[in-house]
Design a protein around this ligand. Sequence first.
Ligand code: NAP
Length: 370
Amino acid sequence: MSTPATSAAPAAPAAAPKAPSSPFMNGNVIDGKAVAAKIREETAAKVAELKAKFGKVPGLAVVIVGERKDSQTYVRMKKKACEEVGIASFGADLPDTATQDEVLAVVAGFNANPDVHGILVQLPLPKHIDEQAVLGAISVEKDVDGFQPLNIGRLAMKGREPLFTPCTPLGCMVLLERCGIPIKGKRAVVVGRSNIVGMPAALLLNKRDATVTVVHSATPKAEAEAICLQADIIIAAAGQAQLVRGSWVKPGAAVIDVGTNPIDDKTKASGYRLVGDAHFEECKAVAGAITPVPGGVGPMTIAILIRNTADSGERFITGAVKVSGAGRQRKGLAKLIPTREQLASPLPLLAAAVGVAAGAVLQRATAGRR
Ligand code: NAP
């Protein structure tokens, strides 16, 4: 005989948001070192394959100007990472007193060197050197940092793909993807809008069909908090220690913390420790996934740099792009960038612009007939 139910079963407690399961996560903490190690392993395999098939390996040239200790450490780490995966590393170590023309001449040399497939100028440059002029002189086909306006422009445009994407923001995206965190249709907030992290991160999220909001230094803090609280994904890149608090994070959201900020810590021999732009303990208690600092985004930056270099090497070695005599092949969209000579004498530039406009009109006129 069955007993009639006397009351409805009590409602189950609201399930805690489920952390995505991934071999790259410990609980809800993303292991950036493990993802980076996997990327390096994949890159090493690609380099070995190119060597076996074509007898050539990708090459990365790193240009450093001055004696900044932190820059020298980063350059050493980049060269070591190259060696570990079989990428040939080239370098130019210029003194603080180097002139802009000397730096430009070094870049031009690497542009023309067929064994170099990626060129990176370590920033910051000494104050007397125009950073934009130097970065702009790197061949678009060798711009492994992805900072060339043409590469950024293509990242921003629908239906276009850049040859290279900036390493740190792409590293953030790879962490999300490898950890199985959905992006398409999700709300994402990027805290910060710098040219090297925040802005390209927002463009990448947009390209992957997230609905993106950017907050910056002029966003009132309470508003930034309210906006972040709506987000499924937060990328924190403000350079402000522990700006993003637990109260900013929607339960189950992913927090990708790019920040690396030294704060005083008397328990450390160095007297300081690094913290992110998110308050790790508070955010970890609420987030579905979070990157630690250090050990989250940091290791990804170099891993993506060597992957970008290997991809570039593959393009050159297989003949998908070629080094012209001047080291800079001006084809496709690159043709639209005025050369220094064109800027000095606007007439050819005008002619080129008229030619491009005429081409566009002709293309539109013939589009329906194809
Ligand atoms: P940045 O050039 O100083 O830019 C900081 C951005 O954050 C700016 O857009 C700024 O807004 C915004 N911002 C500043 N205060 C803010 C606030 N209170 N609320 C919201 N936005 C704020 O720094 P970055 O080069 O992008 O780097 C950001 C952080 O990432 C730094 O800690 C840096 O060390 C770290 N980083 C790490 C790696 C890595 O590999 N792990 C690589 C690169 C950078 P405005 O535009 O209005 O000034």
